[in-house]
Design a protein around this ligand. Structure first.
Ligand code: 3HC
Length: 286
């Protein structure tokens, strides 16, 4: 199948990589060559790790040759399926979906990797609301199995079935939502954990390290709650939180997070969040 992935950041480059690993042709679209070249470097690093471990058998260069990078939507004129992974700003999504709707073949499915914006709001930017759907991967998309599939009130059964099937064919575990709830399922659970973790720290009951130790060693999470927030990016967390609050289902983002974002301490990508990451590289918190 032929895909377009729009946005080549943390999620977009990982999604493009997964598609190419599974033999698909991918057009990876972003606004600048600087961003695209960084994405290429991240895909190379990731594929090298998989190849060295034997998880991926094909030479990384062969997998990468299936990914064509571009700063123009024109490359999307013959795709079957698009996945948008740009920042969580409605106006940005509008531009992406209007462009894809104009250029991609009429029968192509247009999916969004949004984690918090209702799919029906995005579908309304297009002339093919029945073919717009949420396909929400988790970070890192190369490794995380879960994919939430979110049909909107407009999405056809056929689009939903094809998206579930696609997720399965990529080795993922799809969970199809019954109702289009704000924030979907996985992130709403995680926001509750973040809220409780913040309350415990803000009230002086425990330190960030102690809360994370409990999350890892009692609840059995692979990363602590603050550690995972750093990994995802605190700005992403706050945007997600605010998008959900705006639509009425969660408590407001806690002060600890907002203060960090105001200081540009965004987690791994800025070198410091709740923990420090020399060279802006993630390393496991002990
Ligand atoms: N590509 C290739 N390999 C990768 C990789 C990538 N992108 N990321 C990690 N790896 C490799 C590491 O190099 C390491 O390899 P090694 O064993 O040879 O050293 C291996 O995976 C395991 O990684 P680590 O040793 O660093 O650490 P872990 O064993 O903890 O595994 C993890 C990493 C899979 C990320 C695990 O910590 C985890 O599952 N964390 C939770 C992630 C999570 O919950 N994500 C969801 C976030 S919420 C979200 O995305 C939603 C959005 O809407 C906000």
């Amino acid at each position: 199948m032929k895909f377009a992935v729009v946005g080549s950041g943390t999620m977009g480059h990982g999604i493009a990589e997964v598609l190419a690993i599974y033999g698909h042709q991918v057009k990876l679209i972003d606004i600048s060559w600087d961003i695209l070249n960084r994405a290429k470097q991240r895909m190379e690093e990731s594929l090298r790790k998989f190849y060295e471990k034997g998880t991926v058998k094909e030479d990384p260069s062969v997998i990468l040759s299936r990914i064509e990078m571009s700063t123009s939507y024109d490359v999307a004129k013959d795709i079957d399926f698009a996945i948008e992974a740009v920042p969580e700003i409605l106006d940005l999504k509008r531009k992406v979906f209007q462009s894809l709707d104009e250029i991609a073949p009429k029968e192509a499915i247009l999916a969004t990797n949004t984690s918090s914006i209702p799919i029906s709001e995005i579908a309304e930017f297009t002339s093919r609301k029945d073919k717009v759907i949420g396909m929400h991967f988790f970070n890192p998309p190369q490794i995380m199995k879960l994919v939430e599939v979110i049909p909107s009130k407009y999405t056809s059964e056929d689009t939903a079935n094809k998206t579930v099937e696609l997720a399965r064919s990529l080795g993922k575990v799809p969970v199809k939502l019954r109702i289009e709830v704000p924030g979907f399922i996985g992130n709403r659970i995680f926001l509750r954990l973040m809220q409780e973790a913040c309350r415990e720290v803000e009230s002086g009951e425990a330190s960030i390290e102690e809360v994370d130790s409990c999350a890892r060693n009692k609840i059995g999470l692979p990363m602590g709650i603050f550690e995972l927030s750093d990994y995802v990016g605190l700005d992403i967390d706050v945007d997600l939180w605010e998008n959900i609050v705006k639509r009425g289902t969660s408590d407001v983002p806690c002060k600890l997070f907002k203060e960090k974002v105001a200081r540009k301490e965004l987690g791994v990508k800025s070198g410091k969040g709740f923990y420090e990451y020399p060279g802006n590289k993630y390393s496991k918190v002990k």
